[in-house]
Design a protein around this ligand. Structure first.
Ligand SMILES: Cc1cc2nc3c(=O)[nH]c(=O)nc-3n(C[C@H](O)[C@H](O)[C@H](O)COP(=O)(O)O)c2cc1C
Length: 207
């Protein structure tokens, strides 16, 4: 397991793709491991919470912190939530140092806006900042099937150094629960940030 290397935070972007459990598990592992997290969820996320869990995500960033902690079942660690409209937040500036950013799950809408550099909300702006500063950006796209437009936009992101970790679990670790499947993807995504904090056995070869 890796240690939090500095006090610089990880930015967790949550967009309106299916699979909010991916964001919840990522947040849980990061906070448990002592990483500071700056979280921004897009507006579409409210509808996905409603559809997937029949849960109302509070709109106020202050209330969202408690909400995300409850979902992740973690009381420890430093978590700051931001409104997606607050493009003046710390994470909107390159002068605010971070260890990088992960967008999980990542909708095709957000993939397209990142590829075009639109920065139309705080999530997109924070991701754009990671790119302009040469920091790590990991996206976990969730859609199926992919259209050619999706594939082209993902290619643009890959060309500028974004790590693409599709929400595609594996079965060789004998998953028993939904969390086991989700955690496989979360572990692979965190690997891209050189963060090792998911208690999942790694493949050691045939034994
Ligand atoms: C319940 C629900 C599930 C969705 N799942 C996906 C998905 O898996 N992938 C995707 O690209 N869009 C999905 N969408 C559509 C996006 O939420 C929509 O395109 C939205 O505009 C994306 O905005 P954002 O990228 O700013 O979050 C879903 C929407 C809803 C309401």
């Amino acid at each position: 397991m890796s240690q939090p290397p500095s006090s610089s935070p990880i930015i967790l972007g949550v967009s309106g793709a299916s699979g909010l459990i991916y964001a919840v598990r990522t947040l849980k592992f990061l906070l448990q491991a002592g990483y500071a997290v700056e979280l921004v969820a897009s507006r579409a996320t409210y509808q996905v919470w409603q559809a997937e869990q029949n849960i109302r995500m509070p709109p106020e960033p202050g209330q969202q912190e408690e909400f995300w902690r409850q979902q992740a079942e973690v009381k420890t660690g430093q978590l700051t939530c931001h409104s997606p409209t607050d493009v003046g937040a710390n994470i909107a500036s390159g002068s605010f140092r971070t260890l990088g950013m992960m967008v999980i799950p990542c909708s095709m809408g957000t993939v397209a806006k990142l590829a075009a550099g639109l920065s139309s909300d705080l999530l997109e702006r924070a991701a754009d900042v990671q790119l302009k500063e040469g920091r790590k950006l990991v996206v976990v796209p969730r859609e199926t099937p992919f259209s050619l437009i999706h594939l082209r936009n993902l290619t643009v992101l890959a060309e500028v150094g974004v790590r693409i970790v599709p929400a595609i679990p594996a079965w060789y670790h004998h998953p028993q629960t939904i969390e086991d499947l989700v955690d496989f993807v979360v572990a692979r995504a965190l690997d891209q940030l050189q963060i090792d904090c998911v208690p999942l056995e790694r493949w050691q070869g045939h034994t």
